[in-house]
Write a protein that binds this ligand. Structure first.
Ligand code: 8YV
Length: 329
């Protein structure tokens, strides 16, 4: 029997390509430049599966050009690049990579929190620019981390990892807001207290955004929400760019209406809102929260296992729309 053909949309680990080639005919992007939406759609023609990485838009327009497509496996836990309703309507399975990146991403949330609170990037730039001539008592004075109030918006697996680090490692008072409350045992383990979004915004010393992006969470943090935050508060976003209104945030930072921000994700990335590049009190990183080799390898392996699991054995590991399984095509 001939092997199904799949498309790998971005450059990935050679061992993952080897693994995929054992089961499939593979057409892979070998370059670091992503394909345009039109090129992706054209290359998807005749493919049974796609290995995507979280930024390739798979919607009705693309699906209409790829009638053979049966599965898109995202190498990412977030799947806002998928129009899941359109995929389900066409009987196309979507899969993501939960769990394998939770701890690494929570580590990075803390790295950005610490760098933001203690002004690591700003002071390093100052030193590198040759401006360090003397000690002063208030030079790069930051915000206390230990014992402060850690607010978490979005309390999924990554949010819980951040809560545990804050409560158990730094003695922080952890509060959170989420669509649904955690079970009491999980709340106790994370030492986290459920509050309203307004209380979260008003009381957090460090506000971590860890919620999925959707039409509902678009600009969940805009001018009105920033206005509720303490002038001494820090904001950290490791979720998705569209959750924060970047123009409103840049203005709040410029006017010191909040102390600082740490951002790993941006609306329209890899472009960054120019106003954010102008303000000193923001730490900017290029969407690297899950970027360690062991974690990225585990993510790639899980995405590949989903393709093999579904196309070869009919059993994907982490399906997003399992309702399409068993539907004849
Ligand atoms: C990915 C992410 O690196 O998993 C996610 O949702 O945001 C990151 O871990 C990114 O999507 C590219 O793969």
């Amino acid at each position: 029997m001939s092997k199904p053909t799949i498309l790998v949309a971005r450059r990935v680990f050679p061992e993952i390509i080897d693994l995929l080639q054992r089961h499939f005919e593979v057409e892979a992007n070998q370059e670091d430049t992503p394909w345009t939406k039109a090129e992706l759609a054209q290359r998807l023609r005749g493919k049974a599966g796609a290995f995507t990485t979280g930024s390739e838009r798979i919607d009705a327009e693309v699906l209409a050009q790829a009638p053979e497509l049966r599965v898109c496996a995202n190498m990412a836990v977030g799947f806002n690049n998928f129009d899941l309703a359109a995929m389900t309507a066409r009987g196309v399975l979507g899969t993501n990579t939960p769990d394998v990146l939770t701890e690494t991403t929570a580590d990075f949330g803390f790295a950005l929190l610490m760098a933001t609170a203690r002004r690591v990037a700003e002071s390093e730039h100052y030193l590198r620019a040759g401006k360090w001539e003397r000690w002063t008592y208030d030079m790069f004075a930051g915000t206390e981390v230990h014992g402060s109030t850690l607010g978490i918006l979005g309390m999924g697996r990554i949010g819980q990892g951040i809560a545990r680090r804050g409560a158990h490692g730094f003695g922080m008072n952890v509060i959170y807001h989420n669509r649904s409350r955690l079970a009491p045992a999980l709340e106790a383990e994370c030492k986290a207290r459920y509050v309203s979004k307004e209380e979260l915004l008003r009381t957090a010393d460090h506000l971590l955004l860890v919620l999925p992006y959707s039409a509902e969470s678009h600009h969940a943090i805009g001018a009105a929400e920033l206005a509720l935050m303490k002038p001494t508060a820090n904001l950290v976003n490791i979720a998705r760019g569209g959750i924060v209104d970047d123009a409103a945030l840049a203005q709040a930072l410029r006017e010191r209406r909040i102390a600082a921000a740490g951002l790993d994700v941006f609306e329209g990335e890899p472009k960054v809102h120019p106003a954010l590049l102008e303000v000193p009190n923001v730490v900017l990183t290029p969407h690297i929260a899950s970027a360690t080799i062991p974690t990225r390898l585990a993510m790639a392996r899980l995405a590949a296992d989903n393709l093999v699991g579904f196309l070869v054995d009919g059993k994907p590991v982490t399906p997003l729309n399992p309702e399409v399984l068993g539907r004849a095509r």
